[in-house]
Design a protein around this ligand. Structure first.
Ligand SMILES: Nc1ncnc2c1ncn2[C@@H]1O[C@H](COP(=O)(O)OP(=O)(O)OP(=O)(O)O)[C@@H](O)[C@H]1O
Ligand SMILES: [Mg+2]
Length: 240
């Protein structure tokens, strides 16, 4: 099901020269009145490969959730191709068609098998059930889990759950992949496989990559490195 593009009139002048534009974004959590992000401004261009690094609690997951339209800022605005993310239709469209998201905590549905979890984003499209299952199997094969199609999340290891979450994020061939510590639970060899897969999708399909990581090696592999601390960007550098 293809949802209509947001109307041209809803675009805000001067904001659509980039894919995502964060304009003085703040996120205060009412719970404990934590200011997780303060006045963060940031432009993401189509086809970029970005790593976000920073200490625990610095606001990385908060920023990633906002960039994906999974959460809304308490002040400031985020635009996707010039359209404010406060537009709910846009957020739904992004989630179902354009953005793949790997949660830090995986967010797999416990009563669904690995294959069914991977199919979740496909339910909004019009693929017949057989084609959905086939695609899920291919994606799980791609992340090295072709032998675990019918396992429930509780029967999978942490690293295997992470790979199911990655396969799910890729299921709609997203234009942008946002991944929160995507290799955090993986051993070096499987982490390397996943990173290579992301980098291949970036190189061949021009998929925009935004990865949160604690690993300096993974940070250095990205073309652009953004460091945050105490809810603020303290460094934003692009490698030549
Ligand atoms: N739902 C929430 N309610 C209240 N405070 C929150 C909530 N989510 C996050 N926080 C707080 O906001 C700050 C930023 O959290 P965030 O999860 O973005 O950090 P992070 O950089 O992703 O950390 P980590 O590396 O540990 O994952 C932290 O101080 C955290 O305690
Ligand atoms: Mg986090």
């Amino acid at each position: 099901m293809n949802q209509a593009e947001p109307a041209e009139g809803s675009r805000v002048a001067g904001t659509n020269s980039c894919l995502i534009f964060c304009d003085k974004v703040q996120r205060v959590y009412p719970d404990g009145r934590v200011t997780a992000l303060q006045e963060v401004s940031l432009k993401v261009h189509d086809g970029e490969h970005i790593a976000i690094m920073g200490p625990s609690g610095s606001g990385k997951s908060t920023l990633l959730n906002l960039l994906a339209g999974l959460d809304l800022p308490t002040a400031g605005e985020i635009y996707f191709e010039g359209v404010p993310m406060s537009n709910r239709g846009l957020r739904n469209q992004l989630r179902s068609q354009k953005i793949g998201f790997v949660f830090q905590s995986f967010n797999l549905l416990p009563t669904l098998t690995a294959s069914e979890n991977v199919q979740i984003p496909m339910f909004e499209g019009n693929l017949p059930a057989g084609a959905r299952r086939k695609r899920a199997a291919e994606l799980l094969e791609l992340v090295g889990l072709g032998h675990r199609l019918n396992h429930l999340p509780t029967k999978l290891s942490g690293g295997e759950r992470q790979r199911v979450a990655i396969a799910r994020a890729l299921s709609n061939e997203p234009r942008i992949l946002l991944a929160d510590e995507p290799t955090g639970n993986l051993d070096t060899a499987s982490g390397e496989e996943i990173l290579k897969l992301f980098e291949q999708l970036h190189a061949e399909k021009k998929m925009t990559l935004i990865l949160v990581t604690h690993s300096p090696e993974i940070g250095e592999r990205a073309k652009r490195l953004i460091r945050i601390r105490d809810g603020k960007i303290i460094e934003d550098r692009t490698r030549e």
